[in-house]
Design a protein around this ligand. Sequence first.
Ligand code: NAD
Ligand code: UD1
Length: 340
Amino acid sequence: MADTILVTGGAGYIGSHTTLALLEAGHEVVVLDNLCNSSLESLRRVERICGKAPLFVQGDIRDRAGLDALFAAHKIDAVLHFAGLKSVGQSVSQPLEYYENNVAGSVILAQAMAAAGVFQLVFSSSATVYGEPAQMPISEDVPTGTPTNPYGRSKLMVEELLQDLADSDPRWRIALLRYFNPVGAHTSGLIGEDPNGIPNNLLPYVSQVAIGTLKQVSVFGADYPTVDGTGVRDYIHVLDLADGHLKALQAISQRSGVSIWNLGTGVGYSVLQMIRAFEQASGRPVPYQVVDRRPGDIAECWADPTKAAQELGWKAERCLAQMMADTWRWQSGNPQGYAQ
Ligand code: NAD
Ligand code: UD1
């Protein structure tokens, strides 16, 4: 029987790809999004791709009355919780916005869920909770560290408060999914990442240089102790990430308490390797210049994805070339993102 899943932040980058995967798997989907960093066009395109639409509710996770009305109107079986703010730089200048949306918003959502008798929750966490880890690759038993910014701290706070919640009431079944670096787009080229203004993250920046919107990539440091001196990260295709959510949802229906899974590939690539791979996929030059290190960056970070493989039967399937090709198809077909 198809379950009904509430997807908070479902109009956003990862949420829209996961909404599509849920619909394709036969679930009913209710999306709750305040559209502060997304547009409804993403969900129209989800419908174009799969012929099915989620039910859309424009609203805010901080609005308890709105949540109560939503849970009263729909019989929700589980919640995938993507809604939140995610810009590291903005979190430094507007910390209270981040604590209010990410932390207070998650508290209010969990309160509304409990009141409605819904206890299955999948939370979008981040590898940022590991801080500067002492060992590589990073497995889930590496202790969480000290994130370097309010965004990262907000993710760690939500992880901790959800752990306290599960300890207080055995009905909760919670997955904390620690994403490594999500990239890529749906193979149709119809949905993808549509960052607001100048991108902070590497791949959206590189693809805007390739399309000609931006002039050159600033490579933040070439003196790290890595393969070529530039930062190494575990980039994971957003479609693999979406599949991981479906597997996590299935798993928590069978296990109580909190389960933590890394969602990464287990392979790291440097900034220069990423630039070269993008040039190859796009056939466009990507000029770059090495500049100073970005404060707060670590040298390298990649996942040990063994636990998710063993417990979820999930592993990332898509290689770097596909991440690049899909990003380029989305970027070149939608140079202005959804705004056209
Ligand atoms: P996104 O900004 O594209 O999506 C977030 C969505 O949440 C947006 O559609 C936005 O409008 C909505 N939203 C924000 N605050 C809201 C609120 N108070 N009420 C209702 N809706 C709200 O971001 P994304 O890249 O899809 O990220 C999804 C989640 O994954 C976020 O929680 C993010 O912190 C986490 N995450 C993202 C990355 C990444 O690199 N993209 C990495 C690790 C973790
Ligand atoms: C960043 C955030 C992290 C967040 C993640 C996804 C920081 C410190 N961390 O991770 O909390 O979860 O994004 O949103 O901001 N790079 C360049 N030039 C650029 C952009 C990036 O050289 O213009 C380099 C970075 O130094 C890094 C790599 O590319 O080595 C990846 O950077 P980015 O895409 O921003 O991701 P993270 O820093 O890993």
